[in-house]
Design a protein around this ligand. Structure first.
Ligand SMILES: C[S@@+](CC[C@H](N)C(=O)[O-])C[C@H]1O[C@@H](n2cnc3c(N)ncnc32)[C@H](O)[C@@H]1O
Length: 202
């Protein structure tokens, strides 16, 4: 059982997911943009599935990948309950390769060894359809000094220069680092230093 399997297994089922029933706020805001549209989406490290489910509920054809078997099974249960269809794959982003291209690729709060994160980001950029959107949010390195929210390992956290470098071949829409008060389920609650990036393939 992975660390994440244990977290999802211990999560309160009544809360609607470890990170809440609704989507990540940055994803919701991006989807509300006047210029945003996505008929297909790939959600990397989708956990128990809030973000993939949200996009499927908006009519997108969604593929989602996560390392946690427990999280993926929970996600499938909640997809069924919500009446949406998401193709969920239990796999490690260290080696998983996407097939095809997507109008949106999302990566929310993947905190792992930089080599895996960088490989996932490179594949995310490579599988964007023309006009496609890359949307990323994760804890910033400053968060390591604030115990209780996010992993305490600075290497596994995000910084603006390296996330911008990862998206170098894309057209930058926004790249921000700052404090955001998270209110996303049992897992993400409180003031947090985060990095957000949106970029498009043109
Ligand atoms: C903080 S959770 C975020 C889940 C989801 N993105 C969300 O925002 O609700 C981090 C997720 O990353 C997944 N993860 C960590 N390392 C991974 C890897 N190497 N491959 C795939 N998923 C991974 C974990 O299983 C976990 O579900």
């Amino acid at each position: 059982m992975t660390k994440w399997d244990a977290k999802y297994a211990a999560a309160d089922r009544e809360g609607g997911g470890l990170f809440g029933a609704g989507p990540n706020e940055y994803l919701r805001l991006t989807c509300a943009r006047r210029d945003f549209a996505a008929a297909s989406a790939l959600m990397l490290a989708d956990g128990d599935g809030r973000n993939g489910r949200f996009l499927a509920g908006r009519g997108a054809a969604v593929t989602a990948v996560d390392l946690s078997a427990v999280g993926t099974e929970r996600a499938r249960e909640w997809d069924r309950a919500a009446g949406v269809d998401v193709t969920r794959i239990h796999a490690d982003l260290a080696s998983w390769q996407p097939e095809g291209s997507f109008d949106l690729v999302g990566l929310f709060y993947l905190h792992c060894e930089p080599v895996v994160r960088d490989a996932a980001l490179a594949r995310a950029c490579a599988c964007l359809a023309p006009g496609g959107w890359l949307v990323v949010e994760g804890f910033a390195k400053a968060q390591a000094a604030r115990p209780g929210l996010g992993p305490p390992v600075p290497d596994n956290l995000y910084d603006l220069p390296s996330i911008r470098t990862a998206a170098e071949g894309l057209t930058l829409v926004e790249a921000l680092e700052g404090d955001v008060r998270l209110d996303e389920g049992q897992g993400h609650r409180g003031l947090a230093a985060v990095v957000r990036l949106t970029a498009r393939r043109f």
